[in-house]
Structures are given as C-alpha cells and as structure tokens.
Design a protein around this ligand. Structure first.
Ligand SMILES: C[S@@+](CC[C@H](N)C(=O)[O-])C[C@H]1O[C@@H](n2cnc3c(N)ncnc32)[C@H](O)[C@@H]1O
Length: 637
C-alpha cells in the first residue's frame, strides 16, 4: 500500500467516525473507496450484497425426497418436479452436477438450458395490507434475492449452456447489470423483445407497455449450442421469388438445378466448395429457403382467455415462446431447467420436444398444476414429484445407509468430510465443529441406542482434541436421553449438541430458518419467496362440513414448526383449498383452487358441471403443509 492510499484510508475512517457519532448512516461511497472493485470498471452496489463465493458456499442444499412417481420405474433418467425454494434446490442440483448425476445428450455434466421467468416485484409492492406489504421482497432485497439464484444457475450450466432470463420494465435494467457481473459482459448474447400484442386499450399518458425483455447469456464465449430459427414462411423471402423456378418441393436448390448465370448465387456455390472441398453433385443442397431468419424481436401472442393451452395460472407463458427457446439452445436428450415453474410451460414444452426437464416451484398450486399438465401429455416420460425443504418423516426409513447419511448432512448444512480421530470417525464439519452421523443401521449394530454413557465414552476418547463443540446426528427414538446438549453437567470442556432427525430442531440451528409462505389470494401466487432451512410435514388440523355445494371450514389451524417472520393463528394460517371434483382414487388432478380470500364467513360454493362421485380436497396451510381428504358425493344426498 502506498502513502497516498494510506492517507486516503485514514481520512475516510476519520470521516466515518464523525458520521457515526452524529447518528448518520454511512454512505455507499465509503465502500467504494474502502473496497475498490478490482474486477470491473462499474458494478451495481447496494446494501447486503454478498460475494459470489459466499453465495455458493453459504447456501443450504435441500436434499430431494421423492413423494410420488409417475411412469415406468426402470427409466434411466427421471424428470423432476420439485416443491421447495429454488435457491436450496439449485444448490442441490449443483451437487448433483458435481457428482455426475446431470448428464446431457453429449455426456456433458450440468444443465444445458435454463429459462426463468421470476416474479417481477411489481404490483403487489403497493398493496394496502400492512402485514403483506412488509412481507414482500422488494427494492435491492429483490435484486439480491434473484442474484443469488442467478449465481447458482451459472454454477449448474454446462460449459456450453445458455440461460434465458425473462423480465419486464420493472427491474430488467438493474438485473441486466447484475447478469453482466455474474456471467461476464462478453457472454451477453442478446436481448430478446417479446412483443405479446395484447389489447392496447386507451392509454393516454404513456405508450402502452406491450413487451417483455428476455436476456440471453452463454456460460462461455466460444462454445454455445445455438441453432438459428426461421419464421417458417419461405414465400416472404426475397430469394424465393428470384429463384422460384429452381426450387424443389422442399424449397431447396440443389447441384442438379441452380441459377448458373446469376452471380448472386455464386456465393452459395463457393461456400459449398469451401466446406466440402469439391464441386456440388446433383443431389447436394446448396440453399434451403426456410423463411426469414428470426431476429431479436419476437411477435408471439400471449396466452389469451380462449386459447386451448390456457391453464388459468396467472402469468402463464405461451408454449410457442418456449418452443423457440428450447429448439434454438438445446438438443434432444439435453437437460432443460426452469426453477420458477409456475404453470409448467417450460417442462411441458421440453417434454414434447424430447428434452429431459427439471422444474420447481414454491407454490403448491403450481406443483399440482404442473403435475396435471404433464400427465395430460400423451406418452409422457417418467417423472417424480419431490419435496425439498419440507419433508415427510414417515418416508425417512426408506433411505439406504449412504443416502441417509447424505440426507442428514445436507439437512443440517454440514460440509461432508471424513476424518478419523483417535479411532472415532467423523462425517463432516459444521460451523467449524466436527459432526458424527449415526445411521439407523449403524445403531442397530451397536445394540440400538445412544446413551449418556456412549457420549461419555466418546468424550473420554477424544477429549478436546477436535475442539469444544461436537454435533451428534441420529434418528429420533435412538437416544436414550431427552437433553439436546451434553457436557457432563459442566465438567467437560466439550459440549455435544444432539440433533435428532426428524423432530429435534434446536433454536440454535433453526434461528435463521424461514417458512415457505403459500399464496392466500390470486395476486400473491406470483410473490417472490425466500425460504431457508427445512421442516417436517405436519398436516394442519381441519374441521369442515359440506352441505349441498357449500363447503364450510369449522376450524383450521396449522401445526407447522417453522413459521417465518410472522406468527399467524387459526384461520389466518389457511392458504388455499385445492379440489379434484372427479377423483379417480389414484391421482389427484387439480380442477379448482379457492384461496383464503375467496372464502366468505369461512365458506365457499363449488360450481362444477362435472362433479363425480368422489371429490378429493387438499387444504394447504400458509407453510405448505397439506391436509388431504376425500368426500363421497352420496354421503351428502
Ligand atoms: C411468473 S411465474 C412463472 C410462470 C411460468 N413461466 C409459466 O409459464 O407458467 C413465477 C413463479 O415463481 C414461483 N416462485 C417464487 N419464488 C420462488 C422460489 N423462491 N422458489 C421457487 N419458485 C418460486 C412462484 O410461485 C410462481 O409460480
């Protein structure tokens, strides 16, 4: 450090001291001087911006727990529909990539194509409800929320992969700057303008806003899968008229019949010779007229209320838009990811185009909507619905020993690391402390239980050689004592923290956890949600009655453990009711959704022309827990 820099730093620290003594917040300009950006000429600064490395290392991976499976069990690859916060899921996918579990058609590891259409932090920012308002992710918080996901997306992409980020005027320009920082300005490929052409109305104050922006980035400047697209309208091509007499029925001009005297055509012949090292033969194609090359302005109609593909999910995007993206940036058999699944447009189109797909959403409505949409596709490939972050403890026993250990480690965000100290093998490190995981199988071999004596023996063997804190993870019911901490009544120099799976979540560890808040009205279906940590499914307690077509909720209460910032109570903890009017006894196919705000005096009326004998009802609480029940129509007649 030279003298000038030293002086500059000391002077700025003096100024900062005075500002703090005067109770003034420090300006961001201090940060710019204290921590000059070495990498770039400019970047977007805001409070709470973490480094790229922090995001990758600090994010929890939420292991995937299969909940239900559709299709043939023996398929090599199973498409994935995941319920949970996409940040934790992206970290899990990153680990899967590193373990060689995400393979594309060319054998490359990772995801070949990502399309995301995140919530835009728009109209709901201005809602009146004070509680809802303060719950919203907005301003720079929204930017950081999305940036974290973009960082992990970059990690997951194959080295020739592409990401499409769909935004509108609300935040697009800020996010473009963040994308440049994350992917590198040189990897920016395009800004696609999607002109959706809905009804223009009679706006007097502004030009009607009728487009979204889709930013396209490659992971790598040189390599990137890209197939140019044509508008499928050859007659509109100038060459079509000029050389119509030479075209065959596939609109091709071949070596057997081409305009030899037209110098404009010489370029095509010369290119053929250059590429093939010989003159064209009779059947060689010199030019195929496929219509105008698609440019960066896309005229594609949005999904109108009468469209056959319309699902009724707010913000559903047209299949044509996704088709164009998928065919231009991936091959059959490649993995396509959309981590803001919504109604499942990306997954449905990827399925139809023979791609592998992974999609997720934090909303229960989205998960059931996507499930129904995929099942509706003829001969769909196998897929499974997974939970990530909210687990079913009844299914934990189905894990094998290795899988269980991995699950336990990632649940508690433990960095896996095998280490044997004085004959004791540890499995990982958490907050600098060693962690030992006992699988159910291991415990059976040991005679069943961990007793206070087991821990005392451990202490006698290792003493303080691995530090003053140790974590012990084992299944619930396998500890012969109730305490969450053992330290020999204060006589030992080591504290053993006991983590039981599933039901022990000490405050020490769950402090930073936040709940997966579900929508309770149509507008909030699209909220940006941030949920960290994990919980175990606890169905809400529901009492209801149905008379004629009216369903009345007598009482509703969530049993969820992790409740996020706000504690809701009673009916407040209710989010939505999903209904299958024609339940076939096997697969729940969502037909209707009623949000909390649709209920009047805790009642709603069903209006369905096609009511079957058996109805299935799923009551969802604000934290994503379900109470499922069926109802026989005759019982009511
Ligand atoms: C604009 S919609 C996507 C619509 C989709 N492109 C379609 O065609 O239907 C955004 C989705 O992101 C979901 N979402 C918001 N926060 C999320 C999070 N943290 N993790 C996963 N999904 C999230 C919302 O539930 C919503 O369904």
């Amino acid at each position: 450090m030279d003298e000038t820099r030293k002086k500059q730093l000391l002077s700025i620290i003096d100024h900062a001291k005075i500002a703090i003594e005067n109770n003034e917040e420090l300006s961001l300009d201090y940060a710019k001087i204290l921590f000059p950006s070495e990498r770039k000429e400019y970047e977007l600064n805001y409070f709470g911006k973490e480094t790229y490395e922090q995001i990758v290392s600090k994010t929890y991976a939420a292991p995937l727990q299969e909940d239900r499976f559709f299709g043939k069990k023996n398929d090599e690859w199973v498409n994935k529909l995941i319920f949970g916060d996409n940040l934790q899921i992206l970290k899990t996918l990153m680990e899967m990539k590193n373990n060689g579990l995400l393979k594309n058609s060319d054998g490359k590891d990772g995801v070949k194509l990502v399309y995301i259409d995140p919530p835009f932090a728009s109209k709901q920012d201005f809602e009146n409800d004070e509680k809802a308002y303060s719950d919203k992710i907005k301003g720079s918080e929204f930017l950081e929320w999305l940036r974290k996901r973009l960082v992990l997306i970059r990690e997951i992409l194959t080295d020739d992969g592409t990401v499409y980020v769909h935004l509108d005027w609300h935040k697009a320009h800020y996010i473009k700057v963040l994308l440049d920082e994350i992917f590198g300005e040189g990897n920016f490929r395009n800004e696609i303008i999607w002109h959706y052409g809905t009804y223009v109305g009679n706006t007097k104050k502004n030009f009607p806003r009728k487009h979204d922006s889709i930013f396209v980035y490659g992971k790598n400047r040189e390599k990137r899968v890209f197939y140019p697209q044509h508008d499928g309208n050859p007659e509109a091509d100038a060459n079509y008229k000029r050389w119509s007499s030479y075209l065959n029925e596939d609109n091709e001009i071949t070596g057997g019949n081409y305009p030899k005297d037209d110098s404009k055509f010489d370029g095509y012949v010369n290119r053929f010779i250059k590429e093939n090292g010989r003159r064209p033969k009779k059947n060689d194609v010199l030019l195929r007229i496929e219509g105008k090359l698609v440019d960066s302005v896309w005229e594609i109609k949005s999904v109108n209320p009468m469209a056959a593909e319309r699902i009724g999910y707010p913000t559903q995007k047209p299949e044509e838009l996704l088709e164009r993206i998928i065919v231009s940036s991936s091959d059959e058999g490649d993995i396509v990811l959309d981590c803001f699944g919504g109604s499942g447009t990306t997954a449905a189109v990827a399925e139809k185009l023979n791609r592998k797909w992974i999609t997720c959403d934090i909303g229960k409505l989205a998960i059931y909507t996507i499930q129904k949409r995929i099942i509706g596709i003829e001969n769909y490939s196998s897929f499974a619905v997974y939970n990530a972050g909210l687990y079913d403890n009844k299914k934990l026993d189905s894990f094998g020993a290795t899988q269980w250990k991995e699950f336990a480690l990632s649940l508690w965000n433990v960095e896996a690391m095998k280490k044997t100290v004085r004959g004791i093998t540890f499995d990982g490190v958490k907050n600098g402390a060693y962690v030992k995981v006992y699988t159910p199988q291991e415990l059976n071999d040991l005679g069943g239980y961990i007793t206070e004596e087991t821990i005392e023996e451990l202490y006698d063997r290792i003493g303080t050689s691995v530090g003053s804190e140790i974590y012990i993870i084992a299944p619930r019911g396998k500890f012969a004592f109730a305490s969450d901490e053992l330290n020999g009544d204060g006589f030992w120099n080591v504290t053993f923290n006991i983590l039981r799976i599933p039901n022990s979540m000490t405050e020490k560890l769950t402090d930073g956890f936040s709940a997966q808040i579900q929508a309770s009205d149509n507008d909030s279906v699209n909220d940006a949600i941030d949920a960290v940590g994990f919980d175990f499914i606890r169905p809400p307690k529901v009492k209801f009655e149905i008379e004629k077509n009216v369903l009345h909720i007598i009482s509703f209460d969530s049993e969820a453990r992790i409740k996020g910032k706000y504690e809701y109570k009673g009916f407040e903890t209710f989010s939505m009711l999903l209904v299958d009017y024609n339940y076939n006894g096997d697969i729940f196919n969502v037909c209707d959704v009623f949000y909390k705000t649709d209920f009047v005096d805790n009642s709603i009326s069903f209006s369905c022309d096609d009511m079957g004998k058996q109805i299935m009802l799923i009551f969802v609480d604000k934290y994503g827990n379900e109470f499922r029940t069926t109802y026989l129509e005759e019982a009511n007649v």
